[in-house]
Ligand binder design. Sequence first.
Ligand code: AMP
Length: 225
Amino acid sequence: MATYIVLLGPPGVGKGTQAENLAAQTGLIHISSGDLFRENIKNQTELGRLAKSFMDKGELVPDDVTVAMVKDRLARPDCKAGAILDGFPRTPVQAEALSRLLAGFKGDVNFVPFINADPRVLIERLSDRWICRTQGHIYNIKSNPPRVAGRCDLDGSELYQRDDDKAGTVTNRIKVYAEQTAPLIAYYRGQNKLVEIDGTQPIEKVTDALLSVIRKGQAGMSWSK
Ligand code: AMP
């Protein structure tokens, strides 16, 4: 049986970093809807142009476009064992669409770790965040700096700051999260899938907490690593 994990939490709480860590530990594929949009922007696709107009303002890309993009990604063979979803779903409409989609693969959302932190911490973290140009590896100049300033430890590529990590856009992203995504907390709690994790802990502690949630929840899960 495939395992699907939805990482829920406000922007900047560390979902991307934790998804990478979990992917490395479990062998499951990390799917970030934001990364998929950024990939489309880089490749100058029609979808990228549309997404950029929403992302630049810190608004959500429309549900139908987003669901279609994630659907395509989940249908690829490397997701056969499941996936770690980071940044998707972000609205109740997307959550319903995901559940129908996974039912089509004879699967379901198995775990929803909700990583949480105070908005003041998030704003500071986002302004300190640097991303690798080639593969999107994530750094924080204060809490998780690269070994060589401005260069990714893993692939040596240049680090940059996301346009939507700038102060004005960040405030709107947090507001959009509170209005449109936070209802998913109750939605998944109602399905008994939600586990809250303190996102202000050090990165490794959050990863340990996530792994223990998954291990406890699914003793029979087959780890490919
Ligand atoms: P992220 O990298 O997850 O912070 O996402 C960056 C931006 O991409 C968001 O602020 C949205 O504009 C867009 N985005 C990412 N995921 C979604 C989604 N599931 N639904 C709608 N918009 C999204």
